[in-house]
Write a protein that binds this ligand. Structure first.
Ligand code: AMP
Length: 318
């Protein structure tokens, strides 16, 4: 087993969905990533919060075994605050306000031990900070990155640098369209692949993910959730599950990456069942395994069985 390092926002979120409202609840791309990864490996968090960040939130991270020594607390500072809402289908997050606060002057300083962590997730945050962390990491085995429309719109050049230096790029469908200016996701995915990453994962929310690798494209369904309450953090949780699981295997070859994507999808299905971390921190023993099994079974519809495939081949002319 290896270790994972995650840099991203550690936030207070004010969120409204058709199922309710949360005021200044714990959030942030780094927080969701770390909690998800903590189910599989030792994880270190890099980020910054203000004095207003609740002590019990820090306790929750520590209780999951997360190393928070890389989380700076700025005296007198205010924590990053994001406020947004979702409409009835909850497919798109609409931002009301983004208050960077302590992130405006944050410069990550990685400890010697953090610089040696080989599995890195650059969660959604200012691309300059993602680059800052990349510059300090010594020998990464796998760098996964995420971003959002806010940075594509305002920081495209820096973001492109991060993409070029990452192994796996995660973007949702709208972000791919915004970045590449291509409406067709297949074209967009291929264009992103040309920038350098080995793999591009296009997240399509409840419709799963399209994974582009050099010569192939794989479609992964999302685990169908009937108790969807708040989609915030689904993407970060997906990525945290992926990096945590890859660090656990400590082997990025062969089919392992697809196993990581399977685990990422499984983890994302938990977080959306509650606001903030309510469901993620309440995953019972064996639940991840059971859901991963169920997802696997759901994907194995008979058409994929070799025998049926051969029947089809035999009965289809041409
Ligand atoms: P997700 O739903 O996985 O895309 O991410 C949701 C999280 O992203 C929320 O908890 C927010 O605190 C965080 N977030 C929102 N806007 C930004 C931003 N501009 N930079 C970094 N994190 C953000």
């Amino acid at each position: 087993m290896s270790r994972a390092l995650i840099v991203g926002s550690v936030a207070l979120d004010t969120i409204e969905t058709p199922h309710g409202k949360a005021e200044r609840a714990i959030g942030g791309s780094g927080s969701y990533g770390c909690v998800a990864a903590s189910y599989f490996t030792d994880v270190s968090m890099v980020g910054v919060v203000g004095e207003d960040f609740p002590a019990e939130a820090l306790e929750k991270f520590k209780n999951r075994g997360i190393d928070v020594s890389g989380l700076q607390v700025v005296e007198g500072g205010k924590t990053f605050h994001w406020s947004g809402y979702y409409e009835r289908d909850m497919g798109v997050a609409h931002t009301n306000t983004t208050e960077l606060n302590v992130f405006e002057s944050f410069r990550p300083q990685l400890s010697e031990s953090h610089r040696d962590i080989p599995y890195v997730f650059l969660a959604n945050i200012h691309p300059a900070l993602q680059l800052d962390v990349l510059d300090q990491i010594r020998n990464p085995k796998l760098v996964v990155m995420d971003t959002m429309n806010f940075w594509i719109g305002g920081e495209k050049a820096a973001l492109t640098e991060v993409i070029k230096r990452s192994d796996i790029l995660l973007m949702n469908d709208q972000e791919v369209r915004q970045y590449t200016e291509k409406m067709n996701l297949i074209e967009g995915g291929r264009e992103l692949l040309k920038l350098g990453p080995r793999t591009v994962v296009i997240k399509k929310g409840e419709h799963g993910a399209l994974v582009f690798m050099e010569d192939k494209m794989i479609f992964f369904p999302a685990f169908p959730v009937d108790k969807l309450k708040d989609p915030t953090g689904a993407g970060d949780t997906f990525a945290g599950g992926l990096i945590g699981y890859m660090a656990r295997l400590d082997d990025v070859t062969g089919a392992n990456l697809t196993r990581g994507v399977h685990i990422g999808s499984t983890m994302a299905s938990f977080v959306v069942e509650g606001f903030s971390f309510s469901r993620m921190l309440d995953i019972g023993p064996g639940e991840v395994k059971r859901r991963a099994d169920l997802l696997h079974d759901m994907c194995r519809f008979p058409m994929l069985e070799q025998e049926s495939l051969e029947d089809i081949r035999a009965t289809v002319a041409g």
